[in-house]
Design a protein. Structure first.
Length: 335
């Protein structure tokens, strides 16, 4: 039996089940108080939430998982970015049988991961390959969601769902389409949920991203609207506090994701360069939803595809030497 160890337990979150349970209960208690979103949403089986240490991301993760409709869930696809290795010809799936958490083990759907590694793409390539255990162990984008999945599902009558971690790095249009084609049949099944593991803007010189919006654009961010701050920039004279500019960038991204257009999402990333680490998994889900609707299925949208619950930043950036990471919670509701 192969078990991926909880490599970030004890540093990014408690490794004691008692301490972690208490921490998560506190986050969920607060999430239940967030307006009309403090409850499970029928059909909310596509989720998006961050993957930082729980001190930073725990409140947003609890909001995301509070909205999750677990009434029929038996399988969870987790789409996350790669933080430590780069690859572009395929996506990677876990070869482990279980993911360890301080609460217990989450089972991986090894039958599905095996099927996925057999899928051929449009040019005969393997759309999915197994990631090495070292790569899996180093990556945190799946692990930070695992305790929340376990906590939310521990008492389900249908038992603990199986997970399928999918890591995405470099991705051209062909690979994007191949991944979407492979996942579409699974989205059709209401027993399957999808989680996007993504932080939003990583701002600061240490992240190589210091773009700044002097003011809110009247309609959509254009390249000319952005200024690249330098060490010599007199940030005490900028028109808008930097942290507010970061939020404008992120809110624009969230609004575009809400429109449900893969092409508009790609355009936004191209124009702004916003360092949203899960931008490719978000793109996959947007494209997947477009195909889902083409097949005659529907999304409960109102005016939005993504429904956003909350947003926060790790700290307020006031000057060039500061840095921050942004976090958002949200979901997509399917019929």
């Amino acid at each position: 039996m192969s078990i991926r160890p909880a490599t970030h337990a004890g540093t990014w979150y408690p490794n004691s089940s008692i301490k972690l349970g208490s921490q998560l209960e506190g986050y969920f208690k607060h999430a239940h108080e967030v307006g009309s979103y403090g409850k499970a949403i029928k059909g909310a089986r596509i989720l998006i939430g961050p993957h930082a240490g729980f001190t930073y991301s725990g409140a947003r993760l609890a909001e995301t998982f509070t909205a999750w409709d677990t009434s029929k869930v038996k399988r969870v696809f987790i789409l996350g970015p790669s933080h430590h290795v780069y690859f572009k010809s395929s996506a990677l799936v876990s070869r482990y049988e279980y993911y360890e958490t301080p609460f217990g083990k989450l089972p991986v759907d090894v039958e599905v991961t095996k099927k996925m590694t057999d899928i051929e793409g449009t040019k005969g390539n393997r759309v999915f390959k197994y990631m090495s255990e070292d790569v899996d162990d180093d990556e945190h984008s799946f692990e930070m969601h695992a305790p929340f999945i376990y906590h939310k599902c521990k008492n389900l009558p249908q038992g603990m769902p199986l997970i399928i971690p999918i890591m995405i790095s470099g991705m051209g249009d062909r690979l994007s389409k191949d991944i979407v084609d492979a996942l579409l049949p699974y989205l059709d099944d209401e027993q399957n949920s999808f989680i996007i593991s993504s932080d939003f803007c990583h701002w600061g010189s240490r992240f190589g991203y210091t773009k700044y919006l002097p003011q809110k654009p009247t309609k959509g961010i254009q390249e000319d609207d952005l200024i690249n701050l330098r060490h010599s920039t007199k940030t005490n004279s900028v028109e808008l506090p930097i942290y507010q500019s970061i939020e404008l960038l992120d809110r624009e991204a969230m609004d575009i994701a809400s429109k449900g257009s893969y092409n508009l999402w790609q355009q936004y990333i191209s124009i702004t360069g916003n360092t949203i680490c899960g931008q490719k998994p978000i793109g996959i889900i947007l494209r997947l939803l477009e195909e889902y609707e083409k097949s005659g299925k529907s999304i409960v949208t109102g005016s939005n595809v993504f429904n956003w619950i909350n947003y926060s930043q790790s700290s307020e950036v006031h000057k060039y030497s500061d840095s921050s990471v942004s976090y958002a919670s949200g979901y997509v509701q399917l019929t």
